[in-house]
Write a protein that binds this ligand. Structure first.
Ligand code: ZN
Ligand code: ZN
Length: 175
C-alpha cells in the first residue's frame, strides 16, 4: 500500500513504491499480489469466452519476488481462515469450496482468492502478467457474501443443523 510521503518520491521515480510483506524490501513497478474478491462467471458457451465479473477486490498480500510470495502464501491464506486446496480451482461451472469441499456455483457471487504478477504501467494502469486462482469459498462458508456488505468470513463452523443441501446437478463434480 502507498505510504504517506509517497507522492513526492513518486514524482522523481515515476512509480509507486511498495514494501514487501515478506522481506521488507522497498520496490516498485512489478509486484506479486494476493487478492480476495467477490466474483461471478458469465458463461458464454460454446463460442464466446467466459467473462469473470469482479466485485470488491482487495489486495491482502504484496511481495517483491516469486520467492517471497512462495514463502508467505500459506500464512496469508491461513490469516484469512482459508487453506489452499491441493487442486487449485479453475472456472468450471462448479468448483470445490476450500473450506467445506462442497460445490461452489461459479455463476453466482462467491468469495475468490487469487494471485497475480502485476505491473504498474503508464497512466495509472495496472497490467496483469500471471494470474491464478488460489481458492474459492461457497456461500455457506462465506455467508455474509450474499449481502455484499462485508467480505469478512465468519470463523464460526457451519451449523450442523444446516447440512449442505445442494440443488440437483450441483454435486456432479467430485470435490
Ligand atoms: Zn520480498
Ligand atoms: Zn463451503
Amino acid at each position: 500500500m502507498p505510504q504517506l510521503g509517497l507522492e513526492l518520491k513518486a514524482m522523481t521515480t515515476d512509480y509507486m513504491e511498495f514494501e514487501c510483506m515478506a522481506c521488507s524490501k522497498m520496490f516498485s513497478r512489478l509486484w506479486f499480489d494476493i487478492s480476495r474478491s467477490y466474483d461471478r462467471v458469465h458463461y458464454k458457451h460454446p463460442r464466446a469466452p467466459d467473462e469473470v465479473e469482479v466485485s470488491m477486490s482487495e489486495g491482502i498480500g504484496i511481495f517483491c519476488s516469486a520467492a517471497c510470495l512462495e514463502a508467505s502464501r500459506d500464512r496469508v491464506m491461513r490469516d484469512q481462515g482459508v487453506l489452499i486446496p491441493r487442486v487449485r480451482p479453475g472456472i468450471e461451472p462448479i468448483e470445490c469450496c476450500a473450506k467445506c469441499a462442497g460445490p461452489v456455483d461459479m455463476s453466482d457471487w462467491h468469495l475468490t482468492f487469487s494471485e497475480a504478477l502485476l505491473e504498474e504501467q503508464a497512466h495509472a494502469r495496472v497490467g496483469t502478467h500471471e494470474f491464478e486462482y488460489l481458492a474459492v469459498v461457497c456461500k455457506r462458508c462465506a455467508p455474509k457474501f450474499g449481502t455484499m456488505r462485508s467480505i469478512e468470513i465468519e470463523d464460526r463452523e457451519p451449523s450442523s443443523s444446516t447440512p449442505a443441501k445442494s440443488p440437483s446437478g450441483l454435486m456432479e463434480k467430485a470435490c
